[in-house]
Design a protein around this ligand. Structure first.
Ligand code: NAD
Length: 478
């Protein structure tokens, strides 16, 4: 087990400490577990310069070598999963099993992305000329990640960016910087110097990146509020942007489901990672004919789930990751209490150490309540009763968000028809949260711009380039 508490940034393949550093807490205990460098503007300049310096050779490296490099990253993540998962649990709060999923998911994403092909298209082949459109790397990518899945969400960006021939400056959230810094330490020597730089800092660092003239593209995952700022800042230098933002995913549960079978699945759809998943079910619309029995089944199951320190065996749900988010969730609970909504369970937060919010289920609050309209990003679920399918679809779509949604029914044909009427980037039928590196993932409306995964996501790390070759004039026939 590691006793390391201080970690270095990776800039141009070298270890770089900060002039100052900031503390990182374990959200389950409130204890300081380590420190991360607070990157200065000069150090960010150095990271961008290192990435720019590495770009010509990396973009000219045959794609087969870049595929191998991704497999190299996957190997490092997989080979160090025990250390990384413990570190991740200690700074993120999620149970070890979930932390392992984050690290191995990142490895899998690299491996799967390495198999993608970048297409080239013949656009003209006439007597006069031959023309092709191809995809060329953009340059230096600034990748900004959130705190809920620090490794896999970073790899959603790093893997396609590198495969396409870009170099990267990666910034994790200040709430979960350590696992990413450690990954950078482990990757030194695996990638050429400067190809992947990792910097950490406080609130100023993200805006420095989005406005940095040496960064050509920003790939951002975080809240919609921050996404708007990122887009505004990136517009100054017309950087390309990919934005993966917040969500308020609806589940629509039709009356023909097997209640005993779906109750547990629906619970995890909403409460996995203590609700801190962009594609968690955040509003659950249940047909009125099964509302009472399904509500009872979900609450009964919820009572069997163990919340605690993610490092303890048997823990299924951890704390909220940080104070800011903890206070946001408590504010939504306080609002629901003040309005007199009925709590089926939870709602009372004990003053124990750690940012723990108990599993909280609210019984049919009004549609215009804050807990229905806002993204809670915590273990608090509004259960909502609906009468007609039309009404459920309208309520699901009546949101500025459009990240994901799920439909639960024994009637697959009906579910497919409903899916085509849902305004969201991903719709699941009888499951949630499955993501494939070969399926595009992105938000509609204010849940994002562009997508990640698959060819669509890969091409977001490229510019198109069309080349026309004029053919020599053919001599007139004799
Ligand atoms: P956040 O927006 O607060 O922070 C995300 C990242 O942006 C962090 O690294 C942060 O330091 C940085 N940042 C903060 N202000 C910035 C600025 N002005 N300019 C540039 N960077 C800045 O989000 P969070 O609280 O870390 O994550 C939770 C949110 O992320 C939720 O809304 C969740 O739904 C969303 N999320 C979306 C996806 C997705 O794929 N769509 C995935 C995970 C999380």
């Amino acid at each position: 087990m590691t006793t390391q508490t201080s970690y270095t940034m990776t800039i141009g393949g070298q270890a770089v400490s900060g002039a100052t550093s900031f503390e990182v807490l374990n959200p389950a205990t409130g204890q300081v577990i380590g420190s991360a460098p607070d990157c200065t503007p000069e150090q960010l300049d150095a990271a961008v310069a290192a990435a720019r310096k590495a770009f010509p050779a990396w973009s000219a490296t045959p794609i087969e070598k870049r595929r191998e490099a991704l497999l190299g990253i996957a190997g490092v993540l997989g080979g160090n999963v025990e250390e990384l998962k413990r570190l991740l649990t200690s700074e993120q709060g999620k149970p070890h099993e979930g932390a392992m999923g984050d690290v191995l998911g990142g490895a899998y994403w690299c491996q799967a992305t390495s198999t993608l092909e970048i297409p080239e298209k013949v656009v003209e082949d006439s007597a006069e000329r031959h023309g092709i459109t191809r995809h060329v790397p953009i340059g230096v990518v600034g990748a900004i990640a959130p705190w809920n899945f620090p490794i896999i969400l970073a790899m959603f960006k790093v893997a396609p960016a590198l495969l396409a021939g870009n170099t990267v400056v990666l910034k994790p959230s200040p709430f979960t910087p350590l696992t990413t810094l450690r990954m950078g330490e482990l990757l030194r020597g695996v990638l050429p110097d400067g190809v992947l730089n990792i910097v950490t800092g406080g609130d100023a660092l993200g805006p420095w990146m989005t406005s940095h003239p040496g960064i050509d593209k920003i790939s951002f995952t975080g809240s919609s509020a921050t996404g708007r700022k990122v887009m505004a800042s990136a517009s100054e230098t017309l950087k390309r942007v990919t934005l993966e933002l917040g969500g308020n995913d609806a589940a629509i549960v039709l009356p023909d489901v097997d209640i005993a079978e779906v109750a547990e699945k629906l619970f995890w759809a909403a409460f996995g990672n203590s609700g801190q998943i962009c594609i968690a079910t955040k509003r659950m619309y249940v047909h009125k004919d099964i509302y009472e029995p399904l509500k009872t089944a979900i609450v009964d199951y919820a009572k069997t789930v163990k919340m605690g320190d993610g490092a303890e065996q048997g823990t299924q749900l951890g704390p909220i990751n940080n104070k800011l988010q903890y206070e946001r969730v408590l504010d939504l609970i306080a609002d629901s209490k003040a309005k007199g909504y009925k709590f089926l369970m939870g709602g009372d937060v004990s003053p124990a150490p750690g940012y723990f919010v108990p599993i909280t289920i609210i019984d049919n609050p009004p549609e215009n309540s804050r807990i229905v309209q806002e993204e809670q990003f915590g273990p608090v679920l509004p259960l909502l009763s609906f009468d007609t399918l039309e009404e459920a679809i309208d309520r699901a779509n009546a949101s500025p968000y459009g990240l994901g949604a799920s439909i639960w029914t024994a009637d697959e044909a009906k579910a497919l028809d409903i899916s085509s009427r849902i305004a969201a980037g991903t719709v699941w039928i009888n499951e949630t949260q499955h993501l494939s590196p070969l399926g595009a993932f992105g938000g509609h409306k204010q849940s994002g711009l562009g997508s990640e995964g698959a060819l669509e996501g890969l091409l977001e790390y490229t510019n198109t380039q069309t080349v026309y070759v004029k053919k020599p004039a053919v001599a007139a026939a004799q």
